[in-house]
Design a protein around this ligand. Structure first.
Ligand code: MN
Length: 475
């Protein structure tokens, strides 16, 4: 059995963990699903949520699949309590891509239902408006496939698509993204670009699509590596592209040269609305889907947005920082820092100045990171409270904080500035906060429970199964 969205949800359900919440009650299509996610977050809960009954639509909607490191652990089938293992397992699998293969059955699941011509109606999909200030309804976690006319290699990436009627939807591509380069190559030759957007698959597909590499990099082979099995591909119905056979939904279409529509305002990952812009338009030529499909959505102004790409970025940082700081212990881009703007680094410091060196290595390896906090390896960098405790108790700002002004940063940062400083632009000020303790003198002894006792005592033995400790009442 190929790993797909259904097998992943079934696995979550079977684990009876707090990582899945299923909601039977009917819910309005717009604004409410994100509201439920926000309400859960206020309780410190970041599960995948399956809405079984969306008003006016027969399709269940799943969202929140990337909301926690625990869910990323489940994607990789590793112990969700072993956070460091998540990144090491990701790096191991990312390093072993598996090439896609052809689907060999008679009818691919994603082709069980095929709509072309007058049957095409994007409004039949339970696409929601996520936030009140959004310009409309957006598909937020589609994976768009197109083919580079130069190399012939297919590219997969995640772009947002605002619905623009029964057969048209926008396609917001950042100019630095591969699809924008490929579109320019098509349109420069006066040709339309064929695309196929698949929605709803095992989360490894989306993490694979977010993996970073050169234009010729095969995201579906990375996905295969992450899954531990080859992706099965089937030919599209109306465009000359291949799509994963076990996806829930595929939207096929073409982007003509010089066809643009408005996109935005749009609630973005850092918690602010992004400004409107003009984006290319996809003219839809077919919608295909499985029987009894599940729609996959993602809340874009929420931690799951950036967590799709967090392991790829952490892996890149880990490799680069370890080259110069071999005692690197762990690296994490915490959701509390809009995922990409804060970086926590822990290391087993051996020489004076090594903490700051690790901070410099981070800043030199990724332009989105704005604040680096470096800690000793007794600090759990997956726990914001521990990191902030280290900042509170191990830092004197004049010695331990270093400021780098006027460097390139994240353009969605509302405080970013330009070279004249009085205007908006892509530049930010970077800070390294080095909380590592000095090596050349005694430092106060930390109060901790005795390690042997800690390991020997299981809290559940005292609280009972499903007792006061389980936030959602599950065992
Ligand atoms: Mn690519």
């Amino acid at each position: 059995m190929a790993k797909d969205l259904r097998s992943f949800i079934d696995g979550l359900r079977a684990s009876r963990s707090a990582d899945l919440v299923e909601i039977e009650r009917e819910i309005p299509r717009d604004l409410f699903m994100t509201l439920i996610q926000e309400k859960l977050a206020k309780e410190g809960r970041y599960p995948a949520v399956l809405f079984r009954n969306v008003a006016g639509h027969g399709w269940p909607v799943v969202t929140g699949l990337f909301s926690s490191y625990s869910l990323l652990a489940r994607m990789l089938e590793v112990d969700p309590t072993d956070k460091k293992r998540v990144l090491s397992e990701y790096m191991r699998r990312e390093a072993g891509p598996i090439a896609p293969i052809a689907f060999t059955g008679t009818t691919a699941p994603v082709h069980e239902i095929v709509m072309t011509g007058d049957d095409i109606d994007l409004d039949r999909l339970p696409v929601q408006k996520h936030c009140a200030g959004d310009s409309g309804r957006y598909i937020t976690i589609g994976c768009m496939i197109c083919r580079d006319p130069v190399s012939g290699v297919a590219n997969v990436g995640t772009y947002r698509h605002e619905l623009k009627g029964r057969t048209r939807m926008g396609c917001m591509m950042n100019p630095v993204q591969h699809a924008a380069t490929i579109r320019n190559r098509h349109h420069g030759a006066g040709k339309a670009m064929e695309v196929a957007v698949f929605i709803g698959h095992h989360p490894a597909y989306h993490v694979g699509a977010a993996s970073r590499g050169p234009l010729e990099h095969d995201e579906l082979a990375v996905t295969g590596g992450l899954l531990g099995e080859a992706v099965e591909l089937v030919a599209c119905k109306t465009v000359d592209l291949k799509v994963p056979a076990h996806a829930e939904v595929v939207i096929e279409g073409r982007i003509a040269p010089d066809s643009f529509e408005n996109d935005g305002p749009f609630a973005e990952y850092a918690g602010y609305y992004g400004a409107p812009m003009k984006v290319p338009v996809i003219e839809v030529t077919a919608i295909t889907h499985r029987r009894q499909p599940i729609w996959h959505d993602l809340f874009p102004s929420f931690r799951e947005h950036t967590q799709v790409g967090v392991l790829g970025r952490e892996a890149q940082l880990f490799r680069r920082v370890r080259e110069i700081v071999p005692t690197l212990d762990a690296i994490h881009l915490p959701p509390s820092g809009a995922n990409f703007w804060h970086c926590y680094v822990s290391l087993r410091k051996r020489v004076q100045g090594e903490g700051k060196l690790a901070g410099l290595a981070v800043l030199g390896s990724n332009y989105d990171v704005k604040h680096v906090i470096v800690v000793d390896d007794d600090i759990d960098i997956y726990d914001d409270q521990e990191v902030l405790w280290a900042v509170a108790t191990r830092v004197q700002a004049d010695a331990d904080c270093s400021i780098v002004t006027n460097s390139f940063g994240a353009h969605l940062d509302p405080t970013a500035y330009g070279e004249t400083r009085s205007e908006r632009g892509p530049m930010t000020t970077k800070v390294i906060v080095d909380t590592t303790r000095p090596l050349n003198r005694e430092f106060a002894q930390r109060v901790r429970p005795a390690a042997q006792l800690w390991d020997a005592v299981n809290l559940r033995d005292y609280l009972g199964p499903g007792g006061a400790g389980a936030a959602d009442g599950r065992p």
